[in-house]
Design a protein around this ligand. Structure first.
Ligand code: PXP
Length: 244
């Protein structure tokens, strides 16, 4: 069965919007695990716009499934990861002004930096995953770097799904094919294959059905839905607090 890693960055985004203490990503992680999540993912960004170092430290003490730290492959982050000891680190490209991760890593151009990051983190038993586009040359580069895991970027697939009312059509089929083919190729190269980015309740099944993909990382869609399915209860609880 395909595993689910839940990305809880948006919980920290809400907290940081008020520089408050709630909602706490640690509480969110516990609830996600109780609901059956196979892992918890957070992205510690250079600008610390949502998740903070202290969140990762507290999550490390709390998460009982797998803690996956998304991070840039730079010296500062590698040092932090080696100290914080997540189970897994996912290397992602990071641009200061981007709204979210925009594309996969360039495992060819950034080869040396990635190689150093993998070497340092594997020394302390952190498994390293590379977030790459579903592209054969990138998969070859990841395999050459000795990565044991890759996460295929499903952004192009998700955008094609958004524009396809019946999850069909030429562009949709091509993007789905790219992910499926990349998953098969990555698997043949001996790497564990994960996928994520932009997956939703509507488009997830077709990706979850790709046999070589072992795990999906999903954030926005789950946290967005939780804010709506939880709203009625939250309003009722506030009314109760006002009146009793
Ligand atoms: N995987 C990676 C590497 C990401 O950077 C993100 C976004 O933080 C996700 C998965 C999850 O994407 P989404 O929030 O669109 O589900």
């Amino acid at each position: 069965m395909t595993k689910l890693g839940v990305n809880i960055d948006h919980i920290a985004t809400i907290r940081q919007a008020r520089q408050a203490i709630e909602p706490d990503p640690v509480a969110a992680a516990i609830l996600a695990e109780l609901a059956g999540a196979d892992g918890i993912t957070v992205h510690l960004r250079g600008d610390r716009r949502h998740i903070q170092d202290s969140d990762v430290r507290r999550l490390r003490e709390t998460v009982t499934t797998r803690l996956n730290l998304e991070m840039a492959a730079n010296e500062e982050m590698v040092r932090l990861a080696c100290a914080l000891r997540p189970d897994q680190a996912t290397l992602v490209p990071e641009k200061p002004d981007e709204i979210t991760t925009e594309g996969g890593l360039d495992a060819i151009a950034s080869r040396d930096m990635i190689a150093t990051a993998i070497k340092e983190m594997e020394k302390v038993q952190i498994q390293v995953s590379l977030f790459i586009d579903p592209d054969q040359a990138q998969i070859d580069a990841a395999a050459k770097l000795g990565a044991s895991m890759i996460e295929l970027n499903t952004r192009a697939f998700s955008e094609a799904a958004f524009r396809s009312p019946d999850l069909a059509g030429e562009v949709f089929t091509e993007e789905l094919y790219n992910v499926a083919k990349a998953a098969e190729y990555g698997n043949q190269k001996g790497m564990k294959v994960l996928a994520g980015h932009g997956l939703t309740y509507r488009n997830v099944r077709i990706i979850a059905d790709i046999p070589e993909i072992e795990e999906l990382n999903i954030g926005h869609s789950i946290i967005a839905r939780s804010s709506l399915v939880g709203l009625e209860r939250a309003v009722r609880e506030m009314l109760r607090a006002m009146r009793h």
